[in-house]
Design a binder for this molecule. Structure first.
Ligand code: PEP
Ligand code: MN
Length: 263
C-alpha cells in the first residue's frame, strides 16, 4: 500500500492547514524532552519566532539507561499541547506503548514512533487504527526494506497518514552519533509515495553538522527537516550536547533560508 506502484501521486499529510510532502519543505523543531512548563514555553516561542509550524518535544523518552530521565509522560504531552496552543503550533511527540495511543491522540497533532520501536509490530498495528498522522522513524539498524515494511504495517491497519523520517543508522563510524543515510531520501521517495523528513540532530549528534546535513537533506529532496532546540542545552535532561540554543537555532534557520532550499 505504501509502494509507489500502488499510488503514483505523492501523499500529502495536512496538519492544521500545513502540508507535509507538499510544494514546500517544512521544519520541525523543539526540545529533545519536555522538561517543564517554562522550558517548553520558551522553546515554543523560539520555534514560532522563526516562522515554523511544528513543535516537537518528547514526553515518553526511550533512554538507553533506566537511570536517565524518562520524560514527564502524560503531563509532558499536556504541557506540549498547551505551549502549541499558546503559539499556534502543531505538536509532535513520541509514543512507545500501544495503550497510550488513544490518550495521546487527545494531545498531539502527529504521533511519533521512534527508532527503537520501528519494528514494535503491536505498536504499528495500533497506530494503524488511530486517526492521527504518524511520524515513523527509521530503526537504529533497519534496512530501507524493513523501514518500508514497518510503514506498511501502519497503512494496512487503516491509517494512510504516514511520514517517514531518516534519522541515521548504526555503522562502525564513531565521528557522528549515527551515519546519516542521505540516499535513503530519494530511495524512499522512489519506492513509496510518502513524505520523507530527515532528523539532523539524532543522525549527526553534532551541532557543527546540522546546517550542512539539513542542506543536503533538502537538496536531495527531503520534505522537511527535524532538529532539536532547547532554551539552555547545557542544562538539558537529555541530549544536552547536541541541542541548539536559540542563537544557534536562529542562524540554522537563516542559513537554510539563505541557501534557497527552504521557504
Ligand atoms: C527523538 O526524536 O526524540 C528520538 C528519540 O529519536 P530516535 O527515535 O530517532 O532516536
Ligand atoms: Mn533527542
Amino acid at each position: 500500500l505504501v509502494s509507489r506502484k500502488s499510488k503514483l501521486e505523492n501523499t500529502v499529510v495536512t496538519v492544521a492547514g500545513e502540508e507535509i510532502g507538499g510544494a514546500y519543505p517544512i521544519l520541525v523543531a523543539g526540545p529533545c524532552a519536555v522538561e517543564s512548563e517554562e522550558q517548553v514555553d520558551a522553546a515554543a516561542r523560539a520555534v514560532k519566532a522563526q516562522g515554523l509550524h511544528f513543535l516537537r518535544g518528547g514526553a515518553f523518552k526511550p533512554r538507553t539507561s533506566p537511570y536517565d530521565f524518562q520524560g514527564l509522560g502524560e503531563e509532558g504531552l499536556c504541557l506540549l499541547k498547551q505551549a502549541g496552543t499558546r503559539y499556534g503550533l502543531s505538536v509532535i511527540s513520541e509514543i512507545v506503548d500501544p495503550r497510550d495511543l488513544e490518550m495521546a491522540s487527545g494531545y498531539l497533532d502527529v504521533i511519533q514512533i521512534g527508532a527503537r520501536n520501528m519494528q514494535n509490530f503491536e505498536l504499528l498495528k495500533e497506530a494503524g487504527r488511530i486517526r492521527k498522522p504518524i511520524l515513523l522513524k527509521r530503526g537504529l539498524s533497519a534496512s530501507i526494506d524493513e523501514f518500508i515494511h514497518a510503514a506498511e504495517y501502519i497503512m494496512v491497519h487503516g491509517n494512510d497518514q504516514i511520514i517517514l523520517c531518516e534519522r541515521g543508522i548504526r555503522t562502525y563510524e564513531k565521528a557522528t552519533r549515527n551515519t546519516l543515510d542521505i540516499t535513503a531520501v530519494p530511495l524512499l521517495k522512489q519506492e513509496t509515495h510518502l513524505p520523507v523528513l530527515v532528523d539532523v540532530t539524532h543522525s549527526t549528534g553534532r551541532k557543527d553538522l546540522l546546517v550542512p546535513a539539513a542542506k543536503a537533506a533538502l537538496a536531495i529532496g527531503a520534505d522537511g527537516v527535524m532538529a532539536e532546540v532547547h532554551p539552555n542545552p547545557k542544562q538539558a535532561l537529555s541530549d544536552a550536547s547536541q541541542q541548539m540554543n536559540f542563537t544557534e537555532f536562529e542562524s540554522f534557520v537563516s542559513e537554510l533560508e539563505k541557501s534557497g532550499l527552504y521557504k
